[in-house]
Write a protein that binds this ligand. Structure first.
Ligand code: MG
Length: 462
């Protein structure tokens, strides 16, 4: 492997960095030329989130693509799932989302989208990186520089696709009140309209697009959506939803104002799915709570575990034809719409479940199984990680461990552990789950001991 091959641009979800520092305008322009070359100078869909740097970067991306010879459909500000959806829907050769998702305002980034609407996989990213680092992108002849088309019809197509997945008349007849917190992100342009069109009366907070994110941090978490909880209570809303900066993740607030992490909404959507589609398959990363396993067992449903990462979930869903995917961080993937996480789709699904059940959200959530989590970080030199995982898997073989990403063991007594190597630091992350916090803690302590022993053994052998 040469030094060139070791250089990386793409992380877990695209290329990200602080604007004008790691993510320079030169990089964005040349990367766009490399991406346009990778997509064979074809038809491209481009959109951006609402960050202060996004208009400038989007224009650079469009210029870069056009210089290669791509015809570009500029949809302006839009949530990432809408850009994904239109890339597929308009049969484009590829797409680019200018976004840094939920990162702080000084960041921005580039996500590349394959024709199926899913972010490019690692192999495709390697190809793009190869073109970029070897500076071997195309340069179109002057009369072959691509057209740029302002595309306006995308929002309608996107919202209609979501509405087709739910019982519109049932939701309309209930005349729900919903509090929406887009966190000053681009879901302000979609989720609020969607819910209004479903007959909900919508109240908003942080509802204007503002790339400085003045309202709250861009990643919605139960501890930072207090204003939304207040709005739910003061307005008497049936539920509240808080989205991240590019609108692909959503967490929910019940009618009492209590905010719930994504594992709870995921459990509710999974339970509802399996109640109507028994034997259906849900795709979820190994890091998900075993609550989903308990629900699957009760409903006769099937789970397919993946590596941690939204792109892995999307690809697995397409591969096996699964309709539903879910992540604990508030990512809900609904393939009849599109197999990417989409906070607007998640909001419509929750509205549909509330109408169907005729029960308040707090009651629905409290009826579902829940687990307590204990976490540990275990130092381990990078070169020993594989041996340690192999040894643990060997030692635990009677429990039939899941090894797609680290080692996960679901014990018969209803507890579970997950050991995953960090990709960036010389540590393992250990998670233990049980019905009570004290049981989770003692399980974590027990396995911390076992794993540290293995690490010691392997360092002696080395
Ligand atoms: Mg996001």
């Amino acid at each position: 492997m040469t030094a060139l091959d070791e250089r990386r641009l793409f992380g877990t979800n695209g290329v990200r960095g602080i604007v004008n520092k790691e993510l320079t305008l030169e990089l964005v322009l040349e990367l766009s030329q490399a991406i346009g070359t990778f997509f064979k100078a074809g038809k491209m869909v481009v959109g951006s989130d609402g960050r202060t740097s996004s208009p400038a970067l989007r224009n650079l991306v469009i210029g870069g693509l056009a210089s290669v010879g791509c015809k570009t459909y500029d949809i302006g500000q839009a949530p990432t799932p809408m850009i994904d959806f239109l890339t597929r829907g308009w049969r484009a050769d590829g797409g680019i989302a200018v976004t840094a998702s939920h990162n702080p305002p000084e960041y921005n980034g580039i996500k590349t989208i394959a024709p199926d609407g899913i972010e490019t996989d690692r192999n495709e990213e390697l190809e793009i990186e190869k073109i970029y680092f070897s500076r071997s992108w195309r340069r179109a002849e002057w009369d072959r520089v691509g057209d740029v088309v302002k595309a306006e019809t995308g929002l309608r197509e996107y919202l209609d696709s979501i509405k087709m997945q739910v019982d519109i008349s049932a939701i309309e007849s209930r005349r729900m009140k919903v509090a929406v917190d887009p966190g000053n992100g681009v879901s302000a342009l979609t989720t609020t309209i969607l819910l209004s069109e479903l007959g909900c009366s919508v109240v908003t907070i942080n509802g204007n697009v503002d790339g400085t994110f003045p309202g709250r941090p861009s990643e919605p978490r139960p501890e930072n959506v207090g204003s939304l909880s207040g709005l739910v209570r003061s307005s008497g809303a049936d539920f509240g939803v808080a989205l991240d900066g590019d609108g692909d993740r959503a967490i929910f607030v019940d009618e009492s104002g209590e905010a719930h992490w994504g594992d709870r909404s995921m459990a509710l959507i999974a339970d509802d799915y399996w109640s109507t589609k028994s034997r259906g398959t849900i795709v979820t990363p190994v890091s998900s709570s075993r609550a989903i396993k308990e629900i699957a067992d009760a409903r006769n449903g099937k789970i397919v575990w993946t590596r941690v990462g939204s792109v892995d979930v999307s690809h697995k869903m397409i591969e096996i034809g699964a309709e539903l995917g879910a992540e604990e961080n508030g990512g809900i993937f609904y393939a009849p719409h599109i197999a990417v996480r989409d906070g607007s789709m998640a909001s419509a699904l929750i509205a549909g479940i509330l109408v169907k059940s005729k029960q308040p959200l707090s009651k629905l959530l409290s009826a579902l199984p829940s687990y307590e989590l204990a976490k540990e970080k275990l130092p381990c030199p990078n070169h020993l990680k594989k041996q340690v995982l192999d040894a643990l898997r060997e030692r635990m073989s009677k429990y039939n461990p899941e090894t797609i990403d680290g080692v996960k063991i679901l014990f018969e007594d209803g507890t579970s552990i997950l050991l995953r190597p960090s990709g960036t630091e010389p540590i393992f992350r250990l998670m233990a789950e049980a019905k009570s916090a004290s049981a989770a803690r003692s399980l974590a302590d027990q396995y911390k001991g076992i794993i540290n022993e293995i690490i010691k053994e392997k360092s002696r052998d080395a």
